[in-house]
Design a binder for this molecule. Structure first.
Ligand code: NAP
Length: 285
């Protein structure tokens, strides 16, 4: 059985999905996504920027799983924001994926002409080509601005979110509008000692689970969607096997207390990082 949340569009979204960032090699990507689908994942997260939409599409096709049972997310890169560029970029993503619609289309970063992009995305949503539209890396101020200027509310904001960076500030605004938080980097991308944290390890051991499973459970128990990435089958299975235990209130409180409120990656409100990210080379450009 899929564990889901209901978006502000009324659509259901799985609470656990499979992340594909940095799975660049097409063969590895196709194999990993297929293994994820076989393990029970139905949400796959990709992006124009990852350069792996075609491999994700191949895996979807090979799996033979009916399209309506899947929830496919992709993202618009900043070089293709704006009234003229967003629709062709979306259509190219659809083509690479081999799909006629996506379940969720996100603006990858709050950079470039995001207003023009959102105007186009509202149309894609009304036309049923993107069943839901949303944002990624929009912090509370940028999210609030977009909400004030458009008719269609974002369904999702995908943000770096994990035990060390719990995003309470953005979550208050998101809760007000029933915008779902989709966590990227639920293990802090391996950039911190999170999975070695003694408190997390102790709590996981009490349930006979791994620290990775407890870290994911902490998020999904708060209705935060997680999309862990792995290219190892055992971990792919481990990361979705998180629905047979419940963290107690005391355990949730102990993990909540570990919030450092700091990004382990590149905070998007730092001008130097904006410059860095805008300089990333899109493999499909
Ligand atoms: N919107 C954005 O800007 C943005 C940014 C980053 C990521 N994302 C999305 O979010 C997804 C998840 O984030 P992420 O991939 O950056 O980081 P992550 O899921 O936090 O961490 C991935 C790392 O954890 C390892 N790992 C996976 N399962 C594990 C387990 N059970 N135990 C120990 N280690 C484990 C993986 O190694 P192995 O592969 O070797 O197993 C990999 O090195 C991405 O794949 C992508 O879809 C979005």
């Amino acid at each position: 059985m899929q564990h889901t949340i209901t978006l502000n569009t009324g659509a259901k979204m799985p609470l656990v999905g499979f992340g594909t960032y940095l799975i660049n090699d097409p063969e590895t990507c196709e194999r990993s996504v297929l293994q994820a689908l076989e393990a029970g994942y139905r949400l796959i997260d990709t992006a124009q920027f990852y350069g792996n939409e075609a491999a994700v599409g191949q895996a979807i096709k090979k799996s033979g799983i009916p399209r309506e049972q899947l929830f496919i997310t992709t993202k618009l890169w900043h070089t293709d924001t704006g009234d003229a560029k967003t629709r062709p970029a979306f259509e190219a993503s659809l083509q690479r994926l081999g799909l006629d619609y996506v379940d969720l289309y996100l603006i990858h970063h709050p950079f470039g002409d995001v207003y023009g992009a959102w105007r186009v995305m509202e149309k894609l949503y009304h036309e049923g080509l993107a069943k839901a539209i949303g944002l990624s890396n929009f912090y509370a101020d940028r999210l609030q601005d977009l909400i004030l200027h458009f008719d269609v509310l974002p369904a999702v904001d995908q943000l770096e979110a994990h035990i060390y960076h719990q995003r309470q500030d953005a979550r208050a605004l998101m809760a007000e509008h029933n915008i779902a938080l989709m966590s990227w980097g639920p293990f802090s991308q391996g950039k911190t000692d999170l999975l070695e944290n003694a408190i997390l390890k102790g709590i996981a051991a009490q349930h006979g689970k791994t620290p990775a499973q407890a870290a994911l459970r902490f998020l999904v128990q708060q209705n935060i969607v997680v999309i862990p990435k792995s290219t190892h089958e055992a971990r792919i299975k481990e990361n979705i096997d998180i629905f047979d235990f419940t963290l107690t209130d005391d355990q949730m409180a102990a993990l909540t207390a570990l919030d450092t409120k700091k990004s382990a990656g590149l905070p998007h409100d730092d001008p130097a990082n904006v410059k860095r990210i805008v300089g990333f080379v899109n493999p499909l450009a």
